[in-house]
Design a protein around this ligand. Structure first.
Ligand SMILES: [Ca+2]
Ligand SMILES: [Ca+2]
Length: 170
């Protein structure tokens, strides 16, 4: 719990039980020494091993994630408090939770309309949307997000048309 108990042990090791009243000054001095030793005690630091392993999970390349999700993560990392002591372990553990949550909510970047996630919008992306509409292909994750050109939450023929429109524009 405490880092160094030597001073306190020394102060406590002096036996004051048999001192009589005339030695009150000595007793007082001992009491004072004990109090000072107690006040000087420092708690051990909180355990940061979980936090350090959570930090090790932060992806090295953050450029593939959206700016907002990276900013959220960075602000959690910047607010980490490394001065907590062992009585504040709960708080240290909460930091781990917040950090892991920010890591898990990192969102990969995608280009709207780039359904096959190859970095460009082509006729193939429109084809994927059409295939999805006729249930020849299921879209999930980023592909599904990228397919919803008009951002209405549904994948329809309109999204395919908007992709084709974007292709012909380039
Ligand atoms: Ca594409
Ligand atoms: Ca849509």
């Amino acid at each position: 719990m405490y880092q160094d108990l030597t001073d306190l042990d020394n102060a406590l090791s002096v036996d004051v039980k048999d001192k009589n009243i005339t030695e009150q000054a000595i007793v007082d001095e001992q009491t004072k020494a004990i109090e000072e030793a107690i006040n000087a005690l420092e708690y051990k630091p909180a355990n940061y091993s979980k936090l350090n392993s959570a930090l090790a999970q932060v992806p090295e390349d953050l450029s593939i994630y959206t700016d907002e999700s990276v900013e959220r993560l960075n602000s959690v990392i910047e607010s980490l408090n490394y001065d907590l002591n062992i009585t504040q372990q709960d708080e240290a553990d909460k930091q781990v939770e917040a950090l892991l949550e920010a890591i898990n909510s990192l969102e990969k970047r995608y280009i709207l309309g780039d359904v096959n996630l190859d970095g460009e919008i082509t006729i193939l992306d429109a084809k994927w949307v059409l295939q999805n509409i006729v249930r020849l292909r299921s879209l999930d994750g980023l592909s599904l997000k990228a397919a919803d050109m008009n951002q209405d939450g549904k994948i329809t023929i309109l999204d395919a048309r908007l992709i084709l429109f974007a292709v012909t524009r380039f």
